[in-house]
Design a binder for this molecule. Structure first.
Ligand SMILES: Nc1ncnc2c1ncn2[C@@H]1O[C@H](COP(=O)(O)OP(=O)(O)O)[C@@H](O)[C@H]1O
Ligand SMILES: [Mg+2]
Length: 312
């Protein structure tokens, strides 16, 4: 019997009839699991991936909050909650992987598609409700509080200071072209980080990864992939939306819930630069520390070039 079958039986009491590999996200593998009683979506984080520890560290902190929000707001059916194992845990693991199991969402990932007006309004509703929760929620939140630290910057700076023989050729060529620009962004992020630490911005629950690959249309619009849940200024979410063509429509609905909300531009810039640098760092990390095929290497360099095309 294969490992997944055994894991599903022992941890979840589920007897799979069919296990099918699916297109996952950037960070995880995915499987559709058919069983007699239901269909499930299994998310698999490989322990060999450099990004896994960071992405899975807070599962036990954030999942109970997501579950609680789903129950205690009108977001029922709009956010997927991982299933509990026999022992009542939201994840389980073996030598190789960390697993999360969800009810399968029978729907379409938005991905490359634009949002319709209806979808925009639904998204605005989800985010506005999410942002109505703050540190008053009945859970320990220390681990989720935004501190405006940018922990990966140290490592990124070290790599930018590399010796040529220590990095793969294609990374060297990329860094030669882009090092100056990346260093400029690092300085700006550090400056903004210091500044934001001294402001007392309101913190609310934020998803922090609001792109269209984390939106699915089933009976209604669903927001998935809650690993980034944080107590942070609303800009941690707004930064994904300000340049969208539907931003005005979004804000019209959002302001019905948050009348006095004003965007803090410095917080938006901080999050946008931080995200760009983090993406750059994660791709560099993959090139440096993971086994990647030549084809994947070219793809990663392509992404890196796309990320450094910004002027500011
Ligand atoms: N419960 C689900 N049912 C069906 N498909 C899903 C489900 N959750 C995620 N997906 C699909 O898998 C993709 C990756 O899932 P996601 O949770 O975003 O993983 P990652 O953290 O790797 O980005 C999504 O873009 C979506 O297409
Ligand atoms: Mg995702």
């Amino acid at each position: 019997m294969n490992t997944l079958t055994v894991m599903l039986q022992t941890e979840y009491d589920i007897n799979p009839i069919q296990i099918q590999s699916k297109q996952g996200g950037w960070a995880s593998l995915a499987f559709e699991i058919k069983a007699d009683e239901a269909v499930y979506f299994l998310k698999v984080y490989e322990k060999s991936r450099a990004s896994t520890p960071k992405l899975t560290a807070l599962i036990d902190q954030y999942v109970p909050i997501v579950e609680w929000i789903e129950r205690n707001s009108n977001l029922k059916g709009r956010i997927p909650v991982p299933m509990q194992t026999r022992e009542g845990n939201y994840k389980c693991d073996d030598e190789e992987n960390i697993y999360l199991l969800y009810p399968f969402i029978n729907g379409q990932t938005i991905g490359e598609w634009d949002l319709t007006e209806r979808q925009t309004e639904e998204l605005a509703h989800i985010i506005a409700v999410l942002h109505s929760f703050d540190e008053e929620i009945p859970f320990p939140t220390e681990a989720l509080i935004e501190d405006f630290e940018v922990p990966f910057i140290r490592e990124l700076e070290k790599v930018l200071d590399y010796r040529e023989e220590d990095v793969p050729e294609e990374l060297h060529l990329f860094l030669r072209e882009n090092r100056e620009r990346i260093n400029k962004w690092i300085s700006s992020v550090k400056e903004l980080s210091t500044k934001l630490k001294s402001f007392s911005l309101n913190r609310v629950l934020c998803h922090t990864d609001l792109h269209h690959w984390n939106l699915m249309q089933a009976e209604n619009l669903l927001l998935i992939d809650w690993e980034g849940l944080k107590l942070a200024p609303a800009e941690a979410d707004m930064m994904f939306l300000t340049s969208e063509p539907y931003f005005m429509t979004f804000m019209k609905v959002y302001r019905q819930y948050h009348k006095n909300y004003h965007i803090n531009e410095e917080a938006i810039t901080f999050y946008q630069l931080k995200r760009r640098l983090e993406d750059i760092w994660e791709f560099i990390e993959q090139l440096l520390y993971e086994k990647v095929s030549t084809k994947d290497k070219d793809e990663i360099i392509g992404y890196l070039k796309g990320l450094t095309e910004h002027e500011k």
